[in-house]
Design a protein around this ligand. Structure first.
Ligand code: CU
Length: 345
């Protein structure tokens, strides 16, 4: 065998190795959030009496997993068993009765023998009773909780990077959007944080007027018409009472007075100056009541000119008025006073 013969083999091995590593990597990425669980069928499960080493027929008899998790039943007994969804006959009820349990058709392992195992991946949330059709006193249950990702994502489940960038259809305004905490849960306060930028120059846009609405499951929960962006951005707090997908709508983004340092023209129709963001609210399993309070930002910018008038102009006018008053009334008072004091008699 020559060196030349070895080269293609070397490369093909390298290629196979690289492809394998990539496949394993992607499989791991795909399944990195799914967990594996084992339920043991202990020795003695075949015997319905209580005089066997088995205290339970499936160990553990109750198991809680998340959507996407896989459970493997391992047969450690000396007889074949099944894992069949549905209701068994109960540990004692089967004796002296014709009750052999009833399958509901969701899953069925068929009989698997000692030292064999059977696996099932739960793709839907809910509670799943199961039993053994050969020994109908053998019963177990798997509770499947909804899967909550540990990364922010939109309503379609697509992972998002914060801030989410969106340019309005008329190419004028860029909206940067994020929320905190990253996983939105019921009864827990969430901050929707956003900033507006000139889509051409990336400069922050101050004093923009816009409408913002929060919609969940098709119901509008919140709307602020004529909101005004302050130092280029804002936030809105909300506490969701129900799980489900959420839509945050920006509409009618327009200039509020003079928008500083902008190359874009905000004077025209603002109909195409809009943006939608979506997210998902998950059921909070730790907190079932709302205790937080919503605190929205105060819209000080709207009152900026009025405040300026109040702070500067009003005292100035008052001072002027006092000066004029003093000028005309002052000497007269002095004469009167002087006249009074100058009268010793
Ligand atoms: Cu069995």
């Amino acid at each position: 065998m020559t060196v030349l013969d070895k080269i293609p083999r070397f490369f093909s091995r390298q290629v196979i190795f690289t492809i394998s590593v990539l496949i394993i990597f992607f499989i791991n990425v795909e399944q990195s959030y799914a967990e594996e669980f084992t339920i043991n069928i202990p020795f003695g499960a075949f015997n319905p009496e209580l005089n066997t080493p088995a205290e339970v027929w499936y160990d553990p008899p109750e198991l809680t997993v998340k959507v996407g998790d896989t459970v493997t039943w391992y047969n450690d007994d000396r007889e074949g068993h099944t894992v069949t969804s549905g209701n068994g006959a109960g540990r004692f009820d089967w004796m002296g009765s014709k009750n052999l349990g009833e399958s509901d058709g969701i899953f069925d392992s068929g009989r698997f023998m000692p030292d064999e195992s059977w696996s099932y991946t739960f793709e839907e949330e809910g509670s799943f009773n199961y039993f053994c059709v050969i020994h109908p006193w053998m019963e177990g249950i798997v509770f499947v909780d909804p899967f909550i990702p540990d990364y922010p994502h939109d309503a379609t489940g697509k992972q998002v990077e914060f801030p989410i960038l969106l340019i309005t259809p008329d190419n004028s305004v860029e909206i940067n959007f994020s929320w905190e905490p990253k996983i939105i849960k019921t009864h827990e306060k969430v901050n929707f944080i956003y900033r507006f930028y000139d889509a051409q120059t990336d400069q922050p846009l101050r004093k923009l007027e816009y409408d913002i609405a929060i919609i969940q499951n098709g119901i509008e929960l919140y709307r602020d018409k004529n909101a005004v962006s302050q130092a280029g951005g804002d936030y809105r707090q909300w506490i969701f009472e129900e799980p489900g997908s959420v839509l945050i709508k920006f509409r009618d983004i327009r200039s509020f007075g003079k928008v500083a340092e902008t190359t874009i023209d905000l004077s025209g129709s603002s109909v195409a100056r809009l943006g939608d963001f979506s997210a998902v609210v998950y059921e909070n399993t730790e907190q079932t009541k709302t205790v937080d309070k919503i605190v929205q930002p105060r819209q000080t910018v709207q009152f900026y000119y009025e405040i300026a008038v109040a702070i500067i102009a009003v005292p100035a006018i008052m001072l002027l008025a006092i000066m004029i008053y003093m000028k005309y009334k002052g000497p007269k008072t002095l004469i009167n006073q002087g006249g009074g004091k100058a009268s010793p008699i």
